[in-house]
Design a protein around this ligand. Structure first.
Ligand code: IPD
Ligand code: CA
Ligand code: CA
Ligand code: CA
Length: 278
């Protein structure tokens, strides 16, 4: 079997798993949820996160019983052999989902020998299914997608996010958010890292940066952006490392300009979260 053939088989399995998780999101959509907070304030978890994760894992284990699994709610399971490692966010955008804001998705990525190889992100509320396999291209609902052609930062629309520890840290992204708002046509905060990456891949957005993320927020979207022709690095342009939790992803054309803007962001406290919350 060629590498492309095996990637396409795993992509099909990821699709089945995403549909299974997506059915859970659809089932509970608009219903009263049992909502709890994890360790940090604002970090919500619901029965939807847990049930979606159980359904996704069930599908993966049925087809690939000897693969490793790393999922947000249940941690590591399966074999310790990491040739194949599935990385799962069963509900990316829990806060959105819990409030009835339809920007949330099931996100499933697969590393093969440590290389991001498959990505599927499914938002059943909007019936949008984003997928990619390494070397196979990226699609939205079966149609090939490419990143935007926007050449300059001043013409760009960006997206970012704020980590749950924003109240406790000075490195909370507010300065960058304000600065980039002035330098571009706008900065959005949509609340689902995997969908932020997909919408960049699909050309709806031109660039994305965020810190404080986990591999399950990123892996699937990273494959999708890369296969759609996007470019991904660390904030300083060095190679992207998913374990740092920091990402700078663009259409490639505005990459350097966004990197420089992040580096040059003035941090004089025009606004401090501490002033607001005391
Ligand atoms: C969160 C979302 C959000 C990002 C947070 C993530 P969750 O994931 O991706 O956009 O800003 O840092 O933790 O908790 O909804 O799965
Ligand atoms: Ca979460
Ligand atoms: Ca997430
Ligand atoms: Ca999640």
């Amino acid at each position: 079997m060629t590498a492309n053939e095996s990637i396409s088989i795993y992509l099909d399995i990821a699709l089945l798993a995403a549909r299974a998780g997506g059915a859970v999101l659809s089932h509970y959509w608009g219903k009263q949820l049992a909502i709890a907070e994890k360790g940090r304030s604002g970090d919500l978890v619901t029965q939807v996160d847990k049930e979606s994760e159980a359904e996704v894992i069930k599908v993966i284990q049925r087809h690939c019983p000897d693969h490793a699994i790393f999922a947000e709610e249940s941690g590591k399971s399966g074999t310790q052999n990491h040739k194949y490692q599935w990385v799962i966010d069963p509900l990316d955008g829990t806060t959105n989902y819990a409030h009835g804001y339809p920007q949330a998705a099931v996100s499933i990525g697969l590393n093969i020998d440590g290389i991001p190889s498959v990505g599927v992100v499914y938002n059943p509320m909007k019936e949008e299914l984003w997928c990619a396999g390494k070397g196979l291209g990226a699609t939205l609902n079966g149609q090939t997608i490419r990143v935007s052609h926007t050449q300059e930062l001043k013409d760009s629309l960006l997206v970012t996010g704020f980590a749950y520890d924003r109240r406790e840290t000075n490195d909370n992204n507010y300065a960058e958010f304000c600065y980039l708002t002035h330098l571009t046509q706008g900065v959005r905060r949509a609340g689902s890292a995997s969908l932020d990456l997909c919408e960049l891949a699909g050309g709806r957005l031109d660039g994305y940066w965020e810190r404080g993320l986990s591999p399950w927020d990123l892996l699937a979207g990273v494959v999708i952006v890369t296969e759609a022709g996007g470019y991904i690095t660390a904030y300083d342009g060095s190679p992207f490392d998913i374990n740092t939790g920091r990402i700078l992803a663009t259409n490639g054309k505005i990459h350097e300009a966004l990197m420089i803007a992040l580096k040059n962001t003035p941090h004089s406290p025009a606004f401090s979260f501490a002033d607001v919350v005391g």
